[in-house]
Design a protein around this ligand. Structure first.
Ligand SMILES: Cc1cc2nc3c(=O)[nH]c(=O)nc-3n(C[C@H](O)[C@H](O)[C@H](O)COP(=O)(O)OP(=O)(O)OC[C@H]3O[C@@H](n4cnc5c(N)ncnc54)[C@H](O)[C@@H]3O)c2cc1C
Length: 410
């Protein structure tokens, strides 16, 4: 029988939890990973999935450290070198080009199913992580310097630190009694795979329309994945239209970009909200990914923030170990909490502000002033890009000249 005492027990093996499991196990920690549903094998011959993520260069560096990026980037993915932002009123779009910022690309569009499956394969085949799947967290109990984790199967494990990476409805968060601020946007994101007359040349295009932004993200085969934010009732109406009627409305909303829509695949809608936990760590337990924070997807930052949480916690635990400290001590938890909460709150409120500004009726002077300000101010443009590209992920450590890779090899 396996020894059931671990350094870290991670609840949830979504994209974020599985990445953390790989980073920690490769850094020499004893890790248990609990997942309710085993991920399905990625099928490269199947139709491109509806759920895709814009993965920032910072996140691909983290996935590389987790041992998964090589496999991911060899598959059906599409790097993009340009971001084009329009407000639907001004003629000149706001352009971000990778070479101007000394980057090879601003990010890569990856199917969520490919991401989750690739990281899952790394952790399940590496022999370094003990996996409990299918199984679920039942309860948590603090016993001295250990957390006692009871699983639905009746199994018991102990860990010096428990991580809740179990998504927006996190049971770990509820067990911790952590309160959340929840702001329902009364908006849904409609997603679909679309082909236009001209293939997408590798540009992440976004137009801010009254009611919400419409994004076209480039896919490996020249089609685009659209994320169209609409007021909830309007999104349901768009979902119920037949293909021809929907294409007519999408053509009108994206006019001037790559010609007319030629075909559209299955459509689905997702409700949008902002959720911020009042704290991310207490009593030998931490939260990360959507369990800790949910942000508006208009800049595609949700899972990127989650990967930064995973890298941040790995850095904090390696540093604690190098200093001979306890990885579940209040000091370690406090520094993780402060660092990650300030990053995600800044992102969430930034997205909230942009959404509010561009949500204003399109001819409003306030909205025009806002777009003009963003265009003229290099500081705002740099900040927008730096956040969107995730180039500041490990900023606190990089400032001291140390990277996550250095720490993992220490
Ligand atoms: C329309 C839309 C577009 C988006 N686009 C982007 C984008 O371009 N870029 C980006 O960065 N983000 C994007 N996001 C956000 C991103 O999808 C989420 O932030 C991300 O999926 C969260 O991953 P996670 O691993 O934290 O949580 P989840 O994906 O929710 O994973 C949680 C895991 O925990 C497991 N679990 C739950 N409860 C238990 C339990 N009790 N015991 C055991 N296991 C459990 C679940 O089975 C699941 O596998 C988008 C979101 C939306 C809605």
């Amino acid at each position: 029988m396996k020894d059931s005492a671990y350094d870290v027990a991670i609840i949830g093996a979504g994209m974020v939890g599985a990445t953390l499991a790989s980073l920690l196990s490769r850094s020499g920690f004893r890790v248990a990973l609990v997942e309710a549903v085993e991920p399905r094998a990625f099928d490269a011959g199947a139709e491109i999935g509806l759920r895709v993520s814009a993965i920032s260069p910072g996140s691909s560096a983290i996935l590389d450290q987790a041992g998964a990026w090589k496999q991911i980037s060899a598959q059906r993915v599409r790097p993009y070198r340009r971001m084009q932002v329009e407000d639907g009123v001004e003629l000149d779009p706001l352009l971000f080009d990778a070479p101007v910022f000394n980057l090879e690309s601003l990010g890569t569009i990856v199917e969520n199913a490919l991401l989750q499956w690739s990281v899952w394969q790394v952790v399940s085949s590496g022999g370094l992580v003990d996996i409990f799947c299918p199984d679920q967290l039942e309860s948590l109990q603090l016993c001295g310097e250990q957390n006692l984790v009871s699983l639905k199967s009746g199994k018991l494990i102990t860990a010096r630190l428990v991580v809740g990476a179990d998504g927006a409805a996190s049971r770990v968060r509820k067990t911790m009694g952590v309160r959340q601020d929840h702001y329902a946007y009364n908006q849904h994101a409609l997603v679909a795979v679309v082909s236009k007359q001209k293939p997408n040349p590798g540009v992440a295009w976004q137009r801010f329309l009254t009611g919400g932004p419409l994004a076209f993200l480039p896919l490996a085969d020249g089609r685009s994945s659209i994320v169209w934010t609409r007021p909830s009732a309007e999104a349901e109406r768009l979902l119920s239209l037949d293909d021809d009627a929907f294409i007519g409305e999408l053509d009108a909303a994206s006019s001037g970009w790559l010609g007319k829509v030629e075909s559209i695949g299955t459509r689905a809608v997702f409700p949008l909200s902002m959720r911020l936990s009042e704290c991310y760590a207490s009593r030998r337990t931490v939260l990360m990914g959507d369990a800790a924070h949910v942000v508006h997807p208009l800049a595609g930052q949700g899972v990127n923030l989650g990967f930064a949480d995973a890298a941040g916690l790995t850095e904090s635990l390696i540093t604690a170990r190098l200093m001979g400290g306890d990885i579940g001590s209040p000091a370690v938890l406090h520094s993780y909490d402060r660092w990650r909460r300030s990053e995600s709150e800044a992102m969430a409120f930034g997205m909230h502000a942009i959404r509010s500004l561009f949500g204003i009726e399109s001819l409003s002077p306030l909205r025009r002033i806002g777009m003009a300000m963003v265009k003229r101010s290099w500081t705002i443009r740099d900040l927008f890009l730096q956040r969107a590209a995730g180039t500041d992920v490990s900023a606190p450590k990089l400032a001291r000249g140390i990277t996550l890779r250095d720490l993992m090899q220490a």
